[in-house]
Design a protein around this ligand. Structure first.
Ligand code: OOG
Ligand code: MG
Length: 271
C-alpha cells in the first residue's frame, strides 16, 4: 500500500501523482530529484504500483507490451547505482530501437548504454518456484543487445522505490544480429566488450548477471508471480546490464561486441 489509512505521504505524493509526474518528465524530457527525498515511504512495492499504473497508461495510449527487463542484476550495476538487489520493469514496442538507428536523443534526457543478454521466449513461464534450468527451457533464442537507459532522476540518483516507479530507467533497446538456441551457447562464458569511440572501456561475461542470465530470467518469473503476472511466449526479456553503463551523448559511438552473438553499434546521433 502507498500509505497507511489517514496518513498522507510526506510531500503530498501518492501513487497517482508520482505516476503522472514521471510520465510528464518523460514527455517533457525533464529530470527531477528522487521522490524518496520527500516521500521515504515510496518502497519497492509502492514503486511497482506506480510502474503498473504507468504501464496501463502506456497501453491505453496505444503501446503494446512486448516483454520485461531486469534491472541491477550485476554487481557492476548494483554498485554504481547503490541499489543492491534486482527488480523487474515493463518493455513496450515504443522502446524498440531498430538496428542502425541512432540513440533517440530527441526523446531522451541523459541516455546511457549497457550491454545485455536478451531472451526471446518460446514458452510461457510462470512463477513462483521457477529454477534457472526451467527458465532456460522456456527460452527460444538468445541475442546480444544494448539497452539505452534514461532515468527521469537527476544524476541517476534514486532508491529502489524510485527506480521501480520509473520503470527501471527504461528508454530504448536494440538487439543484435545473431539469435541462437540456448543449447548452442555457454551463457555464463559468453563475453562482451564495450567500446566507446573505438576504445574498449569495459568487459564482462554472462556470469556477471546473477551467475547466469537464466537465473535472472527465473528471478523475473518469480518476482512477477508475486504481482500476478507470468512471462508470456513471444516476450522479449532483457536480463540486465552486464557492465556499468556508458554515457551516450550526441556524437558518441558505442559498440557492444559479443563472443558469439555479434556486435551492436549505437551512434549517439544529434542533440
Ligand atoms: C536502472 C536500470 C537498470 C539494468 O540493466 O541494470 C537496468 C539504472 O541503472 O538507471 O536497466
Ligand atoms: Mg538494463
Amino acid at each position: 500500500m502507498s500509505a497507511q489509512p489517514g496518513t498522507a505521504p510526506a510531500g503530498g505524493w501518492d501513487v497517482d501523482s508520482v505516476a503522472a509526474e514521471l510520465l510528464r518528465c518523460e514527455d517533457e524530457r525533464r529530470k527531477r530529484p528522487p521522490f524518496t527525498d520527500e516521500w521515504p515511504g515510496l518502497d519497492l512495492d509502492t514503486g511497482y504500483e506506480v510502474q503498473d499504473l504507468n504501464l496501463a497508461k502506456r497501453l491505453a495510449r496505444g503501446e503494446k507490451l512486448v516483454g520485461v527487463k531486469l534491472g541491477l542484476t550485476s554487481r557492476a550495476k548494483q554498485q554504481r547505482m547503490g541499489v543492491h538487489f534486482p527488480f523487474v520493469a515493463w518493455l513496450t514496442d515504443a522502446m524498440v530501437l531498430p538496428v542502425g538507428d541512432p540513440v533517440p536523443q530527441s526523446r531522451l534526457i541523459h541516455p546511457r548504454i549497457e550491454p545485455e543478454i536478451v531472451f526471446v521466449m518460446g514458452e510461457r513461464l510462470e512463477g513462483p518456484g521457477v529454477t534457472c534450468a526451467q527458465a532456460m527451457s522456456a527460452v527460444e533464442s538468445v541475442w546480444g543487445g544494448a539497452e539505452v537507459i534514461d532515468s527521469r532522476y537527476q544524476d541517476f540518483r534514486f532508491t529502489a522505490g524510485d527506480v521501480a516507479a520509473d520503470n527501471a530507467s527504461s528508454g530504448a533497446f536494440v538487439t543484435g544480429p545473431v539469435g541462437l538456441p540456448p543449447a548452442e551457447l555457454d551463457l555464463a562464458l559468453e563475453a562482451v566488450l564495450v567500446e566507446v569511440g573505438g576504445v574498449v572501456v569495459d568487459s564482462a561475461t554472462g556470469a556477471a548477471v546473477q551467475g547466469h542470465p537464466g537465473e535472472a530470467l527465473a528471478l523475473a518469473a518469480n518476482d512477477l508471480a508475486r504481482r500476478g503476472h507470468a512471462i508470456e511466449a513471444g516476450w522479449i526479456v532483457l536480463t540486465g546490464g552486464m557492465t556499468d553503463a556508458v554515457f551516450a551523448p550526441p556524437g558518441s559511438s558505442t559498440a557492444c561486441h559479443f563472443t558469439h552473438l555479434g556486435s551492436v553499434f549505437l551512434n549517439g546521433g544529434e542533440g
